[in-house]
Design a protein around this ligand. Structure first.
Ligand SMILES: [Mg+2]
Length: 215
């Protein structure tokens, strides 16, 4: 177990030297809430008897790869269902971890990409965030299709190799899910239990590097 007070002191020293707190961006779907299960249940409710991989059978972030046009159309409909994002359940320990990060002096922002063709996606994400984590997280959420435009030190995300139009200011920590099991390139966070042992040393290393560059 790491000494949390050492990290608290390092983060405070960083904030004093740079006029900003360390920033951790946290993805929402399949990091804070269980998108994979909600989508699976939506699909089998609307398409009884039609086969679909369970979330733990997936080995790719891409839900459409190698599927028939018929399956893709059914899947697309499930992904666009107006009740989908209101049905997402929190992943165990997720919001407790965010509160603990804040307590250590980290500026935590939920950073989530909208599914553009679902008309209620963005609004229901904010409603869900408020229900599950309180107004604090809903009011500070960042909804961006391209996360490389969003400033941060660390991004916790289940999508293998988040990229975009900009060189990102953050480094990615891959939140382990079955669909990213074939990614061997990124450091991983294997669930929210004992998150401190993975997130804090990585964040501390990033801040040390940034402080050296600006010194
Ligand atoms: Mg995600």
């Amino acid at each position: 177990m790491t000494d949390l007070n050492d990290y608290r002191e390092q983060f405070a020293a960083f904030a004093a030297a740079t006029d900003r707190q360390p920033v951790v961006l946290v993805d929402m779907d399949d990091v804070l809430v269980d998108y994979g299960t909600a989508l699976y249940e939506r699909f089998i409710t609307d398409n009884p008897g039609h086969p679909i991989k369970r979330p733990d059978e997936r080995d790719s972030f891409d839900l459409f790869g190698g599927e028939t046009d018929d399956h893709k159309a059914r899947l697309f409909e499930a992904m666009n269902h107006p009740d989908l994002y209101a049905s997402l359940k929190p992943l165990p320990g997720a919001f407790d971890a965010l509160h603990q990060m804040i307590d250590l002096g980290i500026n935590v922002r939920v950073c989530t990409a909208p599914w553009a063709t679902n008309p209620t996606c963005a609004s229901q994400k904010l409603t869900q965030l408020e229900e599950l984590g309180g107004k604090f997280f809903a009011n500070r959420a960042i909804i961006s299709k391209d996360k490389t435009f969003v400033f941060g030190d660390l991004l916790i995300d289940d999508r293998s190799g988040v990229t975009g139009a900009m060189p990102p200011a953050w480094k990615q920590l891959l939140f382990t899910q079955p669909h990213n099991r074939l990614d061997f390139d990124l450091p991983r966070l294997n669930g929210w239990t004992n998150w401190q042992d993975t997130v804090l040393p990585m964040l501390a290393g990033i801040l040390t590097d940034k402080a050296a560059v600006t010194a």
